[in-house]
Ligand binder design. Structure first.
Ligand code: ZN
Length: 234
């Protein structure tokens, strides 16, 4: 099809910044952004590279104002979800975890609030152990009737149920202009993430979401996260 507009188009310029976070030199590059619409609203999706072990992040952004595709949050209350990606839930609609329900709820909350971000590290799928590992835990959950926390302990053998790190996420928040003065409403049930952001000086409150339980394995997993990891009730 012929390009019929006379308007000029200038794609977003790549932005690179460096921060020192937890003593680590973090370089963060916002490489490009695309406009998307879904049933929750209108967003820009950014492709962001970080020089940590997780590499590429996807950052979904909504703001009342933008400058060169970057949000201007001003004094806004910024709704934030920190997401590890979930190939089984997001691509294949697995209902034994609540990731998809949490992401959809977060997008609807951000759209209603008018300001917010989802920072997603797909490489952190499976609590930072990766998808190959996570698939084994899903079978352990099914075959042994244990919850996700026990399954991670069982399969990892290290006793660790989580190996995610958040320096890249903090760098992305700073790159996108979330300042310590902004009130950040973290959309999470996970107390570790709330504490982590407070440790970095952000003014954080949280909203936990407890979705309707649709099947037995999801019920077991959510009970395990509440009892063993201190997850908040919605
Ligand atoms: Zn999931």
């Amino acid at each position: 099809m012929r390009d019929t507009t006379n308007k000029s188009f200038r794609p977003m310029k790549q932005r690179t910044r460096r921060f020192v976070i937890n003593g680590k030199a973090i370089t963060v590059s916002d490489k490009s952004s695309g406009y998307i619409e879904n049933k929750y609203g209108q967003f820009y999706l950014h492709y962001v590279d970080v020089n940590d072990e997780w590499g590429t992040y996807l950052v979904l952004v909504k703001a009342r104002r933008y400058s060169d595709y970057m949000p201007i949050f001003g004094n806004d209350e910024v709704y934030l979800r920190i997401d590890s990606g979930c190939a089984t839930g997001y691509i294949f609609d697995d209902a034994t975890c609540d990731c998809r329900l949490q992401l959809e709820h977060a997008m609807s909350m951000i759209a209603k609030n008018g300001s917010g971000m989802v920072i997603m590290s797909e490489a952190q799928d499976g609590r930072g152990f990766g998808l190959e590992f996570k698939l084994k835990t899903l079978t352990a959950i099914k075959d042994l009737g244990i919850d996700t926390v026990s399954a991670f302990n069982r399969v990892s053998k290290s006793g660790k149920a989580d190996r995610r790190t958040y320096e890249g996420t903090i760098a992305i928040m700073k790159l996108f202009g979330i300042k310590s003065g902004n009130k950040v409403v973290l959309l999470t049930n996970n107390p570790d993430k709330i504490g982590m952001l407070r440790d970095h000086g952000f003014n954080v409150s949280y909203k936990a979401y407890h979705p309707r339980i649709r099947n037995r394995l999801l019920a077991i997993n959510m009970k395990g996260k509440r009892e063993k990891l201190g997850y908040r009730e919605g």
